[in-house]
Design a protein around this ligand. Sequence first.
Ligand code: 5GP
Ligand code: MN
Length: 343
Amino acid sequence: CIFAPMNVEDISTVRSLLSKAQNIVVVPHKNPDGDAIGSCLGLYHFLKQKGLQVQVVAPNDYPRFLKWMPGNDTILNFEKENSQAVEALQKADLIFTLDFNHFSRTGQMENILKVSKADFIMIDHHQEPSGYARVTYSDVSMSSTCEMVYNFIEKIDHTAAITKDMATCLYTGIMTDTGSFKFSSTTSRTHRVVADLIDKGADNMLIHQKVFDTNSASRLHLLGVALKNMVILEEFHTAYTTLSQNELDAHDYKKGDTEGFVNYGLTIEGIKFAVIFIENREEEIIKISFRSVGSFSVNEFARTHFGGGGHTNAAGGKSELSMDETVSRFMALLPKYKKQLAV
Ligand code: 5GP
Ligand code: MN
């Protein structure tokens, strides 16, 4: 397998895998975001158009603001529709894993993927891919998995094959993963790709509205709580905030409601490192999101201290301690990083 952009050999392997595949399954990571769902559905429409049998299976549920994308109703939820999902996975002879690179990122689905006899194709932009795939299209410089699916279609077929439905899904994931085209991973090539997606029918204004302008009042009030709880640690150029389960419950919390909250810390002048700790009583964990600007690697921080990972400037992890203990642990780590956070 190749830990790099696809080469000629990969492309011919993909073509031969596609030509003999009877049942294809496409899988995003657990708690899928816009890029995960967008890339899976973009690829789904492409493979379907080629006359292939395809099923997207998501490890669990995802936010309502992603549930409007074309093809959404065909997605199986591994938690809610378990027997159908298991059957699809067991029948699969080819499995695409999109926007992640370790089976452990699929939660309970991991047990099935681990013993699967199917060939795997990975398309992903996270660091340190594991080696389970026949073809590993892994590129950490990419803005999004959706941009990679665009490249994949270009290599396997031709971008002329991209329909309005594909364009809509891929545009959505590029938009969400780049923070609406502002993160440092956004290149001129990214803009050329989204321009082409607009030409192919992606309604950019409508997509933005559907994702970002469908807030509930309670979500905005919850954002207010997160902003109020924010603690600024000037010495470490760090801002962190917390949301307890009680605070979530008091605001009619729905999956996805806290998406993007962590970024507000970075909008404070001089802040390089922003963190949000969110209590999840059901899973008995504190889920943590890390963001940075510049060279401080939150991927490494999350990997080393909180069993997680991600990208240099956006990563996640978790803690099994209480909220107070987790925050104390986090605070105790900062002095070690003071120099890195100063630049
Ligand atoms: P978020 O903070 O938005 O949940 O995730 C930010 C980035 O970190 C995403 O690319 C996501 O895939 C990755 N990420 C989030 N949580 C985890 C985790 O627990 N483990 C790993 N390896 N990556 C994570
Ligand atoms: Mn992504």
